[in-house]
Design a protein around this ligand. Structure first.
Ligand code: NAP
Length: 323
């Protein structure tokens, strides 16, 4: 597995990271827990050392901690756990709370769920307009000082958010959504991260499953599947995009890889991106993702990919409140 220095952290991370999103059951009405545990362990065998999860992903932290238990006991310093806090489920759906009090409670809960003494990377899940960044940053610094978290990251922040946060303490990592049909982070978040040597782990490279290569437009997402309200999966968007994804798949196959590997490799080709998180409950799928880390796309390839995707519908904006 290809490894990379993770920006201004001292960590050396794998270019593919494991995503714990689907381990909480919010990607459908059910998942196979045995297979999910096997996927986590297969990731470790493949040399993946960065595992991402979040407080708001249902039972994901607990399951990830359980799947990694032996490794966490024998080689804790070789495994990096990244989790997130600052989102909760209120009576009206998802709500943001990045106050020091809420984050402290979330960190304590995450430590217990994961079964660890410290969290390697703690990320603010979404910016919270009701809490000044100085307060959030100050609260997280206290948790660093107490040894509960090691590095402070943010997710879904733009450049202005990060600059304001950094007036109080450095942003060490950024987790933006980024995929072939969601390129907004190229405007300012990725350039800011690159200029400030911030470690970047991107999510959604497979378009949350859209680029799986066999996406059925008649898919009826279950009640608990957060994607049922996502713009990318509306029938009119799918109608315009699926033929382009099929064309991209044919182009990838001519080169000896799958459309999924192409979608992952494309995110890694951005100079600001250190590692791409792939969420899965299937050991075969993480194997396939691992194979994408060695694919190199040159300028001509990137231009050809843009050409194929001309006319595709892109996501402009997504927020957790839309779930
Ligand atoms: N910071 C944030 O706000 C945020 C938001 C969303 C996600 N995330 C993080 O980023 C991770 C990745 O994002 P994501 O899970 O939404 O999207 P993703 O990685 O783009 O797609 C994951 C989906 O693709 C499927 N998949 C993966 N590999 C496959 C393969 N080889 N063939 C067919 N299907 C495949 C998975 O199903 P199978 O289980 O069947 O493989 C899963 O449903 C999450 O797990 C989470 O850790 C962060």
């Amino acid at each position: 597995m290809e490894m990379i220095r993770f920006g201004r952290t001292e960590l050396e991370v794998s270019r593919i990271a494991f995503g714990g999103g689907p381990l909480g059951g919010s990607y459908g009405d059910g998942f196979d827990e045995t297979s999910a545990i096997a996927a986590v362990r297969r990731a470790r065998e493949l040399g993946i050392n960065l595992f991402d999860t979040a407080r708001v992903y249902g039972g994901s932290e607990a399951l990830l901690g359980r799947a990694l238990r032996d490794h966490l006991q024998s080689d804790r310093d070789q495994i990096f756990i990244a989790t997130k806090g600052g989102l909760g489920l209120g009576p009206n759906g998802v709500m943001r709370d990045a106050s020091p009090k809420f984050l402290r409670g979330a960190v304590e809960t995450s430590l217990g769920e994961l079964g660890v003494d410290y969290i390697d990377i703690y990320q603010v899940h979404w910016p919270d307009a009701n809490v000044p960044f100085a307060e959030t940053a100050g609260g997280l610094q206290e948790l660093v000082d107490e040894g509960k978290i090691r590095h402070v990251g943010v997710s879904n922040f733009d450049a202005a958010d990060m600059a304001e946060f950094e007036e109080t303490r450095p942003v060490e990592t950024l987790q933006p959504g980024y995929h072939l049909l969601f390129r907004a982070p190229e405007e300012d978040a990725l350039p800011y991260a690159h200029d400030h040597d911030i470690g970047v782990l991107v999510y959604g490279a497979l378009g949350h499953g859209l680029f799986k290569g066999s996406f059925d437009p008649a898919t009826d997402f279950g009640e608990r599947d957060w994607r049922r309200n996502h713009f990318l999966f509306r029938p009119e968007t799918l109608e315009q995009n699926l033929s382009k994804i099929a064309e991209l798949g044919a182009w990838a196959e001519e080169r000896g890889y799958t459309v999924r590997q192409l979608a992952i490799a494309w995110t890694l080709a951005h100079p600001a991106v250190h590692t791409t998180i792939v969420g899965t409950t299937n050991p075969k799928h993480i194997e396939e993702a691992a194979g994408a880390a060695s694919i190199e796309l040159d300028e001509a390839d990137l231009a050809e990919i843009d050409r194929i995707l001309e006319g595709a519908v892109h996501v402009e904006l997504f927020a957790p409140e839309m779930m």
